[in-house]
Design a protein around this ligand. Sequence first.
Ligand code: GLU
Length: 482
Amino acid sequence: MRERARFAPSPTGPLHIGGVRTALFSYLMAKKNNGEFILRIEDTDSKRTIDGAEQHIIDSLNWLGLKFDEGPIKQSERTHIYKERIKELIKSGLAYYAFDTASELEEARNEAETSFKYNFLSRKNMSNSLTLSEDEVKSRLEREAYVVRMIIPENETVNVVDQVRGKLSFKSEELEDKIIMKSDGMPTYHFANVVDDYEMNITSVIRGEEWLSSLPLHILLYKHFGWEPPKFYHLPLILKSTGSGKLSKRDAEEQGHPVYAVNWQGSTGFKEAGFTSEGLINYLGLLGWNNSSNKEKYSINELIDSFNDTEINKSGARFDYKKAVWINHLHLKEFSAEKILTLANRTSDSLIQKYSLEKSEEIVDLIKERLNTTLDIDKELSVFLSQPKGYDSVAIEKIDRGLIYDVLNFCKLNKALISDPHSLKNQLLSFGSEQGISFGNIMKSLRLCLVGNLSGPDLFKIIEILGPEETLNRIESLTNKI
Ligand code: GLU
């Protein structure tokens, strides 16, 4: 059978990275097996639907390159299918109409000794099509609001298999006759979800761990219809970076990192925080995967090749923003300068005006090793665009003012060398040994002068790119200062 994996979010809010990880694992499952990846929007609960959430889900998947082969398929446009299937279950006696009003249910809850369950025992005392006469059912269906409930069998052990956790069993007494159609005529999540997975020939259901407790219910629905269930994989939670519990928007805000792939109503996404889609995909691919190799950097194709459904972890995966940034860096430093300029929106700005496109790309190639996110580019490029705004005073004192002065003065006296960084380096070496100045301190003095602090890319490359005039200007500025 052809592999068909789906991502089935409810548009009840923006797509959190937990959801993105679920989408990614479904995508990997489909692509690993040359199958299809389907996007299904589970929007049968109109009260909980949030404006813009569906678009946010689509925008996130598009940015990440998780292309769906089918979809988005919206459940709200398929209600006729669920209605037919509901009728089928009622006809075979596995579902029934229930007319209980809110106050009747309230009363039943109050009367119950332990917590009330609408089940094989209590359903006998409630207003439903199992207790009322056929005529009464008919007339109440015309006049009153009703729901449809599925029958949960008495005293049955429901055995289920989760591919991540293995065999699990549930007692049917712990379950309730779940509502499968609400009074507005819409199916509930459980019902539409099972019917669609069957109708769409889904072979693998990959979803968050929070749905594991619904699995017995789903399995019973498959049984009621006489359908073969797909394989189920419940992914471990993504845990907050410290302490216990699931990573929430609040935790992410407190830790100062995004929780959405792309911007949502003023809340910065990973994209806007300077992540590449490759970096985020790679990081999320490692979350919950028991990767036995030490390899860290994966392209999407490598993730597909390495994906193995038996290597999904049972335990929660701790979110580590520093690691995500590191993985992003590994991708960014291998991108072409052209791609980086495009990602950083700098294809037509001051850098290119000052240096030409070719030279700008050379500069980006020089600094890209130093980028963690595309937002770092401004800081890294500033060296090439203007004189340092200030100088690291601690470094000045540490190196020694007099020494810095001597080094800069030597450069000024040997101006001609500046246009030939290779000879400049040699001459500085001999100057250092004559004067008893370490080469390290010579380099630090010059770096301080050109960059303003002790960081930045290769110094002689900086000199080459700035050119003799600008280099001398900067030497002049710092000499005047100290
Ligand atoms: N609509 C559910 C959700 O929002 C889908 C659960 C599933 O994949 O079965 O997570």
